[in-house]
Design a protein around this ligand. Structure first.
Ligand code: BEZ
Ligand code: FE
Length: 295
């Protein structure tokens, strides 16, 4: 008969996986059990603490619905999302780095032509964005699908407003023959991730803030290239070194130049300050051998 005690339990649990038919599932669950048990031993987890953890995860589940994904926020704030992104997006150092997807992407955002205003009523200082999409060799990538989404000057995405049904601060456009694209929008501002739930309480208990530095989200797809999901961050933002979800890569930080009122790049006269941002996105070839861009 097995004697289940603190020294034997890990091996006894793992032995029960012997008949698992999916080898990858077996590998993942074996490692997870080993790490969970090691963690409990490491901190000498008390029964009270274990139950607090169960209650916390229950709260995370209860607040989660179609619009609020607290488990992803938990993964994001523990750095797991960014780690999984990094593990799965190793590429040559010349390529634009990937970062977290986030919860505010919306399918079927409106299609725009180059030069259009994707703000579509979102509040904020005007911002004129130009970009260029190339491959590693510098070759332009025409007709790439460029999805952009962003927060407004109050730090909210359109989907966070009750009753806002039109898409604001998001859209899809195509790169031109020379790989370039350009659009007008508003200047994205830093914002706190949703923190009125258990993850917010966890952050507060850990002495952490919920803020993300200002950024634009991009998802870029073109035949023959790997899909790129990334951000462009605004240099000078106070949260660049303490992003609540650990998404900042220094190569993704750019100057969003501020200009006095006057003639904008699209020829219009603007009576407030406005910004310009220019960024080149370098796509990895599809199916390219994986090389790390670390080191
Ligand atoms: C975002 O950038 O949209 C985001 C990412 C992770 C958690 C919350 C928001
Ligand atoms: Fe965001």
């Amino acid at each position: 008969m097995q004697n289940v005690d603190e020294d034997t339990i890990t091996q006894i649990v793992l032995a029960r996986h012997a008949d698992a038919t999916d080898p990858r599932l077996k590998q993942i669950m074996t490692s997870m059990v080993q790490h969970l048990h090691a963690f409990a031993r490491d901190v000498e987890l008390t029964e009270e603490e274990w139950f607090k953890g169960i209650q916390f995860l229950t709260d995370v589940g209860h607040i989660t619905d179609d619009n609020r994904q607290e488990f992803i926020l938990l993964s994001d704030t523990l750095g797991l999302s960014m780690l999984v992104t990094a593990l799965n997006n190793r590429k040559p150092r010349e390529c634009t780095e990937s970062t977290v997807f986030g919860p505010f992407f919306v399918e079927n955002a409106p299609q725009y032509q180059n030069g259009d205003d994707v703000a579509n009523g979102a509040k904020g200082e005007p911002c004129f964005v130009t970009g260029r999409i190339t491959g590693i060799g510098g070759e332009p990538v025409p007709n790439a699908r460029v999805e952009v989404w962003q927060a407004d000057s109050d730090g909210f995405y359109d989907v966070q407003y009750e009753g806002v049904t039109s898409n604001q601060g998001r859209g899809m456009l195509r790169s031109l023959a020379d790989g370039s694209f350009h659009f007008r929008s508003v200047t994205a501002e830093s914002y706190p991730i949703p923190h009125d739930g258990p993850v917010g309480r966890m952050l507060a208990a850990l002495g952490r803030h919920p803020w993300r530095p200002a950024h634009l989200h991009f998802m870029i797809e073109a035949p023959g290239y790997e899909r790129l999901i990334t951000h462009v961050f605004r240099s000078g933002d106070e949260y660049l070194d303490s992003d609540a979800v650990f998404g900042v890569r220094s190569s993704l930080v750019a100057d969003w130049q501020q200009h006095a009122p006057g003639r904008a790049p699209d020829g219009t006269e603007i009576d407030t300050s406005f910004r310009t941002l220019d960024f080149t996105f370098v796509l990895n070839q599809a199916g390219a051998a994986v090389r790390s861009n670390a080191a």
